[in-house]
Design a protein around this ligand. Structure first.
Ligand SMILES: [Ca+2]
Length: 449
């Protein structure tokens, strides 16, 4: 087996939306991910397969797409849903890689663990601990429903007072250990923020002035959108101080947005520590770095919070790949999806492609980010299937017999914020038929030429 296969540094970030500096939206302070994007290729239009933690991770890590009954919600176990499909880290391990999992990689840390990882997965949360990770008693941990306290916390503490700082320290220790290894390695370092609650050290809250925090300018259901496209953000409702129904008061919404920004900047700093160490150890040249947010996030757009919907804001997610000193490539506007990550990493490391994979390697885009690529990418949320093309995002909901009951269509050339559903306009019947046809034909039909 070749000793010079590249290493892989795999960085999932929980609930990170593509509102980073590198995405041209300057309000969030993310210098480290911005640098990674400058040194590699940032994908402007990467789509998750499912907008919820457990399912999107199970899909990406097995290379299999969701169906009506597979990879449905946060509680997804890849081991059960994917019928024992070879996982990405398992495949690397089978080919001589030392595979390590620090932090949140699979949603459930024991999912596929024995076969995927060379060592027991490591997580900073002690047995029986609270994953929400409050450090202040006043946050009211356990007082909201299902164990939640406040939806955010600002504490004047060092980075390692929260789990992500501890995950960075652990991963840095592992990098130093792996640097001594003869064979290649696959290190997964999964960060927990900016997932709720938005708990972050005060210094990251202090990066933002009140003027930096704006509320979404479209806090309403899109004109003509079916009611089933909406939800009541149950994930957030369980937190202390969040009203049981109706919109958030503006002041609270501002605190939420500020907290999301702070939590993102906090995680960005941890990513920076890790990348700095990789580079300091001289490992940059022979290591593929992949950073991805597991799905998008609604910060009040359409009056929604959290994910769990078929709007672009929840489906489009950050994806950055840096391989060695490729340096200075422009961002790629190509449509890619998370099912493509597994075959891409096989391609970049020279591993064979397992037969079960349902994505396409986008390695050619690393050399030529602007080349022709996929015609369409596909996402699913329960019975709603979405297809994204260069111009449109189209979603259709079907009943148990496969008949379409609701649909929505947004024209991103004219309405990038998705404020007006145009699927029922008579003039759009042909577009709807074409996009519905892409869903019916399936992902195989939209692969790159
Ligand atoms: Ca997530």
């Amino acid at each position: 087996m070749p000793a010079d296969r590249p290493n892989v540094l795999f960085i999932p970030v929980d609930d990170l939306r593509p509102q980073l500096g590198c995405y041209g939206r300057s309000r969030m302070v993310t210098p480290n991910i911005d640098r990674l994007a400058r040194e590699g290729v940032m994908f402007e239009r990467a789509y998750c397969q499912v907008p919820v933690c457990g399912a999107t991770r199970a899909s990406l890590l097995t290379g299999i797409r969701p169906t009506r009954g597979r990879f449905v919600d946060f509680a997804t176990w890849a081991d059960e849903d994917a019928s024992g499909a070879l996982t990405m880290p398992e495949h690397f391990r089978d080919h001589g890689y030392l595979t390590i999992s620090d932090g949140k990689v699979f949603h459930h840390r024991t999912d596929c663990a024995e076969r995927s990882w060379s060592e027991d997965p490591w997580h900073p949360m002690p047995a029986g601990g609270d994953w929400r990770n409050y450090v202040l008693a006043e946050s009211g941990a356990g007082q909201g429903s299902r164990g939640a306290g406040k939806p955010f916390e600002c504490a004047d503490v060092p980075d390692n007072a929260y789990y992500d700082g501890q995950i960075a320290e652990r991963a840095i220790r592992d990098l130093n250990r792996l640097a001594q290894e003869d064979g290649p390695w696959f290190l997964a370092a999964g960060f927990l923020k900016p997932h709720l609650p938005f708990n972050a050290p005060k210094r990251y809250w202090d990066l933002y002035r009140p003027d930096d925090v704006n509320l979404a300018d479209n806090p309403y259901q899109p004109e003509g959108a079916p009611d089933r496209a909406m939800h009541n953000w149950g994930e957030l409702r369980q937190y202390l101080g969040i009203p049981a129904d109706g919109p958030l008061p503006d002041e609270l919404a501002r605190d939420m947005v500020h907290g999301y920004y702070a939590a993102t900047s906090y995680t960005d700093a941890q990513v920076g520590r890790l990348i700095d160490e990789l580079d300091r150890l001289g490992l940059a040249e022979n290591t593929v770095v992949v950073l991805w947010g597991d799905h998008g996030w609604q910060l009040g757009e359409h009056g929604l919070w959290c994910k769990h919907c078929n709007f672009d804001t929840s489906l489009n997610a950050p994806l950055v790949v840096r391989y060695g000193a490729m340096g200075g490539q422009p961002a790629s506007p190509a449509l890619v999806e998370f099912a493509d990550v597994y075959p891409t990493l096989c391609d970049l490391t020279g591993l064979p492609l397992p037969d079960h994979l349902e994505g396409s390697s986008f390695a050619p885009l690393l050399e030529d980010p602007g080349r022709e690529w996929k015609r369409a990418v596909f996402s699913r949320w329960h019975a709603g299937e979405s297809v994204r093309t260069d111009r449109y995002l189209y979603t259709e909901w079907t009943d148990d017999d496969g008949a379409v009951t609701d649909r929505m269509l947004y024209d991103h050339d004219l309405d990038a914020a998705e404020n007006r559903n145009i699927s029922e306009q008579p003039g759009n019947a042909d577009v709807v038929a074409e996009l519905s046809g892409l869903i019916a034909a399936g992902w195989q039909d939209s692969r790159p030429a």
